[in-house]
Design a protein. Structure first.
Length: 115
């Protein structure tokens, strides 16, 4: 399992509304796709940001993946590795773009390579 730490910075710092953590978790789950392999989300609200821990199921690497002849006919062909930072960023960005609440309260997410 990969654990990715990310933050969403508030547009206006201040105390978090009471249900904010559960709202953020619900929004992220609503926009998660099966390919994200999201397993769990932990949220902690701070004055200037909301901190996220995204738990992503590991995908086998090409070296560790079984040969195509060893796979059952129903197995998906997209078992290659995915960068957990890219998966987390895509999920957070997708959620931010689709959620009026996230767009209203938080700055857009910054790509991991831009930091």
């Amino acid at each position: 399992m990969d654990v990715v730490y990310a933050s969403l910075r508030r547009k206006e710092p201040g105390p978090a509304p009471a249900p904010e953590a559960s709202e953020v978790v619900g929004i992220l789950w609503a926009h998660a796709r099966p390919a994200d392999a999201l397993q769990h989300i932990t949220v902690r609200c701070e004055l200037e940001q909301v901190d996220l821990l995204l738990y992503l199921l590991n995908r086998p690497t090409a070296a560790a993946a079984p040969a195509a002849s060893d796979l059952p006919a129903r197995a998906p062909s997209n078992t290659g590795p995915k960068d957990p930072l890219a998966v987390a960023h895509d999920l957070i960005t997708r959620s931010h773009e689709a959620s009026p609440m996230l767009r209203r309260r938080y700055q857009p997410p910054i790509p991991p390579t831009a930091r």
